[in-house]
Structure formats: structure tokens, C-alpha cells
Design a protein around this ligand. Structure first.
Ligand code: MIC
Ligand code: SF4
Length: 643
């Protein structure tokens, strides 16, 4: 039988189940990555599993999110992570070395392997022809301990690329086109597999822009074949020996095929405040831009920054624009410096930030109030920039450069200049001394774990009650992102301190939520959240499940859930329930008293749950799609209770 690339890699890693789309399967994980903001909790959970050394082929702990260090909390977390890496046999990418996805692509990713990472943009690795999936920290902890990663066997959509990109149109415009075609919801359970003649001309960092932002569609992952271009990239990284050729069989069967002719694409933008809100830049109303940010794991490669340097050569940043640059890694920064591009950027007036997430997660460079920021990153959710009333447009590095010059949202073709060519070095200058390699087992046994006062134990949950007696503490609409549920930015330093972090639950939607939920919990009742479509979009942060668990949320009733968030809810013992008849969503009001009886029996039988709305005197059925394994986890109150 002819196989897709996805099927080939998944089948070669299958440890439970069969390759049947929709069925739960378990796969062996070769590599893991974590970043600091999700990593501390992941390693606290890993420690609870009592394993003496990581069991993967390769695991890397990166520090890239909380690098600002206002107060002691972040520095304490970094030291904890370093000591964990030394004790348990992980690589440690020190703060300053770069964004996890960019560094992993450069130094560690390998075609044909499996990778899970406690960050939703882990699919960036798909650019190298690997199955790279974002997951909650607890799932990564389990993989570190040698356990399989469970997922629903995906359906595969082929995105067939034809033709060549026109000047001033780049990889970002391809993924924005994909977002235009597929939107940010309704894609759970699919993999985007790229193929066709258009693939050949795309470099690995360009492919990475595309696989990275596939996360915004909510797919399980995105993947490119590993071909001559991949070999060239690995060679430039002095890792040619990691290359294998791997691609789908000719005439493989896909669940759907979509064609994109690259030569027809034009510069696009994602307008505020969703990555799915796509329009051609030329068709947008005039927009004054107050800030331009170039970087993030989506567009911070050598080529991205070098191209902008060339466009800005001998020009100066518009007087009303603040221009921020954040190279993706120390390697990118060092090569840009050696090749003179950094000097060009600085000469134009760029403000150089650390090689880290920085502006993308809103922990620095928040824009002016009521202003518009144009960013090359992947998410423009409300408030994510750190300024609630600012708006964010997402676009390519070329469009960013155009806005830097004009101070307006500008189609870069309208700059009226020739499109500057940029060549990727055949061999990058490489210095890995900011990556600490694993200690051998003997040396590791001497290491003691550093724990600062910010680090508390992961909270434990009670087993699920057989009957939930609760209140609709919050009713929300469609597209609620994890940034709405628990903000990042300046609140992120409390990631290792759950009681404190929980105070910010739903902060931007309803800042009374935490106190109301705690009161309900203290009265012995349960908290229930009612939501619309696509609840839990965006980040993999399991804090969007742990913090609700901590304040006593027992169930979320939604029209639909996003994949990583649903898995996190199950891992922490919160029921993800969906309306069988979506019209009932309208009939629930915040403050209603609800009762869900006979939960154990119904879950074990696999029959729908019933919710009785005591306030409105009506009831309806709810679906709870759990595998046998997940049912046991939920009933136990979460994975840690079950281990
Ligand atoms: C994000 O881009 O939202 C983050 C911050 O990288 C998150 C991880 C986190 O919340 O720590 C993600 O994408 O998973
Ligand atoms: Fe960091 Fe932004 Fe990428 Fe998340 S999306 S990993 S915050 S750069």
C-alpha cells in the first residue's frame, strides 16, 4: 500500500494501536524539547515519576521565554532547569542561546524521527521531515520517562505546492494563505503534509516558517519531505550525517488534497486579533504602524533578518516607528554579525533585543496604548502583546521592512525597489558552547537539584466525584485561547507557583473569576465553565488546565476543543465535555446551578453524560470522547494520581 510520509514515520514508531485515523495510538518518542515557561512544571512532574535518567535518544531543555528576570523568580527557575538537565542527562541550552524551535532546527532535529515538545510550535521541526508535535509538559515528562505518547491517529491533508514565489512574496505568505484556506478551527486531528514541485525551492528555514504556524490552524503537526534542500541545510550546520531521504510514496492516499500555486500568491497579513483573519495587504484600509517587531520562532532565521537588512540599507526607521529585532538564535546573531548584516540593521535604527521569545509573548516591548504593531510572529490574540488596547498585524519580514520605512501597513512590492537576493551560507559559523552537554551517570549522581522559593510542588487533585454539583462560574464564546485562560507576559514568572499564577485566571475576560471560583470551591461546590467553539486554541501551556484544576473546576462544557488543551484537561482530571446538540449552549447562563449524575457508570459504559440545569429546569446530553486509558486517568483525578 502506498503511504504518506506521516504514516511512514508514525508506523515505524508505533507501540500501541494500529494506524487507523481517529483511533488512539501510542508512539515511541525519540526526542523531546522543553522551554523554561512550561519546563519547570514538566520537570517537577518528571521528578514525581522517580526515573533516574531520561530514556529518550535526545532531550533538550531550553531557556528562551522568561529571560527578562525582573525579580528573582526567572533566574531561580533557570538554575533549577540547569540542575535537572545535569542530573537526568539532558542537553541544556542556556539563556541567550536562542528560541527552542530555531535552535532545535539548527542543532538537533533529524529527518524520520519523532519529537514532542512542551510548546505548541514544536511542529517547526516538521521542516526537517520529522513528526514533531506540541504537547503538555506532563506528556513530555512521560516521554522522558520512556512512556509512549498517545494521540488520535491523524488524517492527512496534502498541500500540493506548485510554481515559485514571486519577488517580495515569502514563506510567511504561504502559511497565511493556508490559514486563509483552513482557518483556526475545525482542523483538529489532521496533519498538513507538504509535497509537489513547489517544495523544492523552499529552504529549510522557509519550510520552518510554514510548519511553525500550522499550529495556528490547530493541526496535530505539519511536515515536509526530507530532500536535497534538507541535506544542504544539515550540511550548512555540519550535520550532513543526520540526513536521510524520506518522502511520501507517489500516489499515496490522502484524506484531502489542496493545491497552492506559489506564483499566484501576494503579500498577505493576519489582521487583528486572530491569525486566521487574513487579507491581502493591498486590500487593507490605510493603517498607521507605531511598532514593527522582527523575530519570534516563525521568522527569525538568518535569511529573514539578512533580507530586511538589505531592504533597509542606507535607510532610516520612520520617525514614528519603534523597530525591534530579535534574532532566533545565537547562531543567527553571530552569522549576521560576521556578515555585516547586523551593522546594517543597527545603522537603520533597529533596537536589538535578546535572542529569545521577548516581544512575541508580551514580556517586553509592549506597544503604545491604542497603537498598531506589525509583527512577524505567529499570534495576534487580544492582549498578548502586553497592551490590551493595542492591535497587532502579522506579516512577512519583507512587509515588516516596508512598514519600518513608510510607517504604514505597506505591500512591500510598492516600495518600488528591486527585490534583494539573499543567500544562505554554505557553512554557518557554529559555536555550541552555550549548550551544556549531558553528564555521564556517575557525575550526574553527584548533582543536587536547585530549588528557589518560587518553585512549589505541582498541586494534586482529588479523584473525580461520581456526581458533579456545581455552578457555571464563567460562560465564554468561541475561539477562547489559552492566552485568555491564563495570560503569559508579565504574569509568566509565576509558572512554577500555581496558587499565585491562578490569581490571573481569565484576567483579560473577567478578573473576578479567581475569587468567585475559590469561594465556590470553599463552599464545597464545583466550578464549571461553558464555552463555544474551539476552546483552548494556541499555546500548549498546561497551566490553562492546572490552574483551573487548582481553583476547583471539574468540567468544561464546550461546542468543541483544541487538541493540546483537551489532552491537558484530561491529564489534570478536568472533564472536557461537548454539547451533542449545540443549540443548548444558548440555554446556559453564567451562575446557573448544574448537576451531572452517574459519571463513573456513564464514562465506563461510553455513554453520553447528562447535565441537569437546576436553575432552568432542563437537561441535555453531553459527549465525552475518551479512550479507555483516558477514562482511567480522568476518574483518578489526573495522570499523576494514576502513576
Ligand atoms: C506561546 O507562543 O504561546 C508559548 C508561550 O510559546 C506557549 C508556551 C507557553 O505558554 O509557555 C506555546 O506556544 O505553547
Ligand atoms: Fe516563543 Fe513566540 Fe515562539 Fe511561543 S510563539 S515559542 S513565545 S517565539
Amino acid at each position: 500500500m502506498k503511504k504518506t510520509l506521516t504514516q511512514k514515520i508514525i508506523e515505524s514508531h508505533l507501540v500501541s494501536g494500529t494506524y487507523l485515523p481517529g483511533e488512539e495510538i501510542g508512539i515511541r518518542i525519540d526526542q523531546t524539547l522543553t522551554q523554561d515557561a512550561t519546563g519547570t512544571m514538566a520537570y517537577l512532574q518528571f521528578e514525581a515519576l522517580n526515573v533516574s535518567r531520561v530514556k529518550t535518544e535526545l532531550s533538550v531543555s531550553y531557556v528562551d521565554h522568561n529571560t527578562i528576570q525582573i525579580g528573582y523568580e526567572n533566574a531561580d527557575d533557570h538554575r533549577y532547569l540547569q540542575s535537572i538537565a545535569e542530573k537526568y542527562g539532558l542537553y541544556f541550552s542556556r539563556p541567550g542561546n536562542g528560541i527552542c524551535h530555531q535552535v532545535h532546527l539548527e542543532r538537533f532535529g533529524k529527518p524520520g524521527k519523532t519529537l514532542i515538545g512542551s510548546d505548541s510550535h514544536t511542529p517547526t521541526g516538521g521542516a526537517l521531515g520529522m513528526i514533531a508535535i506540541g504537547a503538555g509538559g506532563l506528556d513530555v515528562a512521560l516521554a522522558l520517562a520512556g512512556k509512549p505518547f498517545y494521540l488520535n491517529c491523524p488524517k492527512v491533508i496534502k498541500i500540493h505546492l506548485l510554481g515559485h514565489l514571486q519577488p517580495w512574496v515569502s514563506a510567511k505568505d504561504i502559511i497565511l494563505k493556508v490559514l486563509d484556506l483552513f482557518g483556526t478551527k475545525g482542523n483538529v486531528g489532521y496533519v498538513f503534509e507538504y509535497a509537489g514541485p513547489g517544495v523544492e525551492s523552499l529552504t529549510v528555514p522557509e519550510r520552518a516558517t510554514i510548519t511553525n504556524m500550522g499550529a495556528e490552524c490547530g493541526v496535530t503537526t505539519s511536515i515536509f519531505p526530507s530532500d536535497e534542500m534538507t541535506r544542504r541545510f544539515l550540511k550548512s550546520q555540519r550535520r550532513e550525517e543526520d540526513w536521510i531521504e524520506i518522502h511520501a510514496d507517489l500516489d499515496a492516499n490522502y484524506d484531502k488534497v489542496v493545491e497552492i500555486d506559489l506564483s499566484q500568491l501576494v503579500p498577505l497579513t493576519a489582521k487583528p486579533s486572530s491569525p486566521g483573519n487574513i487579507a491581502p495587504i493591498r486590500e487593507c484600509e490605510p493603517v498607521i504602524i507605531g511598532q514593527v517587531c522582527l523575530g519570534s520562532c516563525t521568522n527569525s532565521s538568518y535569511k529573514d533578518l539578512a533580507r530586511v537588512a538589505k531592504i533597509l540599507k542606507d535607510k532610516v526607521v520612520h520617525p514614528d516607528v519603534s523597530f525591534i529585532i530579535s534574532p532566533g538564535s545565537k547562531q543567527v546573531l553571530e552569522n549576521l554579525t560576521r556578515d555585516g548584516y547586523l551593522a546594517e540593521l543597527l545603522a537603520s535604527g533597529a533596537r536589538l533585543m535578546e535572542n529569545a521569545c521577548g516581544f512575541c509573548i508580551g514580556n517586553s516591548q509592549s506597544p503604545q496604548s491604542k497603537s498598531v504593531s506589525l509583527r512577524t510572529s505567529n499570534r495576534n490574540f487580544p492582549g498578548r502583546s502586553g497592551t490590551l488596547d493595542a492591535e497587532v498585524f502579522l506579516a512577512s519580514p519583507e512587509a515588516a521592512a516596508a512598514a519600518v520605512i513608510t510607517g504604514r501597513l505597506t505591500d512591500p512590492r510598492d516600495l518600488g525597489m528591486p527585490y534583494p537576493e539573499v543567500f544562505i551560507p554554505e557553512k554557518f559559523y557554529i559555536d555550541d558552547r552555550m549548550i551544556i552537554t549531558p553528564k555521564n551517570a556517575e557525575a550526574a549522581s553527584e548533582v543536587s537539584i536547585y530549588r528557589g522559593p518560587n518553585i512549589g510542588p505541582p498541586p494534586v487533585n482529588d479523584p473525580l466525584p461520581d456526581r458533579i454539583n456545581g455552578v457555571v462560574t464563567l460562560k465564554v464564546g468561541d475561539n477562547i485561547t489559552t492566552d485568555h485562560i491564563i495570560p503569559a507576559g508579565k504574569r509568566m514568572k509565576y509558572r512554577s507557583n500555581i496558587p499565585k499564577y491562578s490569581e490571573y485566571l481569565f484576567e483579560i475576560l473577567d478578573n473576578t473569576f479567581h475569587d468567585r471560583a475559590m469561594k465556590i470551591r470553599e463552599s464545597g461546590s464545583h466550578n464549571i465553565i461553558v464555552a463555544g467553539l474551539s476552546y483552548g486554541q494556541g499555546s500548549s501551556r498546561e497551566h490553562a488546565a492546572i490552574c483551573p484544576m487548582y481553583v476547583g473546576v471539574k468540567a468544561i462544557i464546550a461546542k468543541s476543543f483544541e487538541r493540546i488543551h483537551a489532552a491537558n484537561l484530561i491529564n489534570f482530571g478536568i472533564l472536557p465535555l461537548t454539547f451533542i446538540n449545540e443549540e443548548y449552549y444558548e440555554l446556559f447562563v453564567q451562575g446557573d446551578r448544574l448537576m451531572l449524575p452517574d459519571i463513573y457508570l456513564r464514562l465506563q459504559e461510553g455513554s453520553p453524560l447528562i447535565v441537569k440545569n437546576m436553575t432552568r429546569n432542563m437537561s441535555t446530553e453531553l459527549a465525552c470522547q475518551l479512550s479507555g486509558r483516558q477514562t482511567k486517568i480522568i476518574l483518578a483525578g489526573g495522570v499523576l494520581n494514576k502513576c
